[in-house]
Design a protein around this ligand. Sequence first.
Ligand code: ADE
Ligand code: ZN
Length: 335
Amino acid sequence: MLREYIRALPKVELHVHLVGSASVDTVLALAKRHPEAGVPTDRGELARFYEFRDFDHFLKVYWAVQSMLRDRDDIHVLVAGLAGELARQNVRYAEVTVTPYNHVLDGMAGDELLAGLASGRAEAQRDHGVELAWVFDIPGEKGVTAGRETLAFALGERPDGLVAFGLAGPEAGVGRAQFAPFFTAAREAGLHSVPHAGETTGPATVWSAVRDLGAERIGHGTSAATDPALLDHLVEHAIALEVCPTSNVRTGQVPSIAAHPVRRLLGHGVVVTLNTDDPPMFGATLEGEYLAVASTSGLRHAEVAALAANGVRASFLPPERKTELLAEISAVPAA
Ligand code: ADE
Ligand code: ZN
């Protein structure tokens, strides 16, 4: 019953990486064309390839998949495939993270990337009724050069649907503050600030994302749960967390969903949104995230609806679209 209720709720997805959204079938097809990438071509072997020893191992696997994407058609297949999957789960809108600097390093022309994003986004709307927006993010491990190049690409191209500027990759040894000038420029140009922080390191990284990068939402932010003053700050400033519980389990950040700090975050009044991060790599779906959190935390229907509403409010949709979606959420019968 809860499952049907979650299905019926209109939902938004605010934290999903385009590369990490590639379906198993798409990855298998790419792997056959690009044996040099070392990605398995067999379903069972791919499942084992997706068993991550730790976060750094996960990133290596993610980069191997990324390296197989070469042109606009590859990007289109990913975007359209993601939209189809979102539509099946009644996800109406998604802010999708794209890392232009990495694609260009892997040999894709910037124009090819933009063409694939645009055609995929048009198909998402036309064939699936799913609205997509983009977050262009800095791959933090590549330092300030990547920051400068990502900013230049984002502001120089400014494709339709670009709403935010992000920062991902490892956190340990990759201080958030070094990227402050790029986030300042992106915000001055009207992009929103949505860096990852507190996924693989402690609350100091979240503080830095807030203070140095002007974060309006935090990617993950899970370690904030250990710092009551930070939790108060997030509540006071309505800085939402993009919580991705299954991702955190699969990369070894928490032992289980039941042990995930999401309940503590909710208890403190933080604006929690639920997201998948890299869904087929983690065996995650957005419906599955709602179901797992609702069942392990014993949430009532109204509390599950509040999570969906948090996603809408924390999104960068225009106010009238938010109002429509919030009304639709309230109209879903709980029985
Ligand atoms: N790139 C893809 N998924 C990521 C994650 N969960 N954290 C940081 N970088 C990522
Ligand atoms: Zn992420």
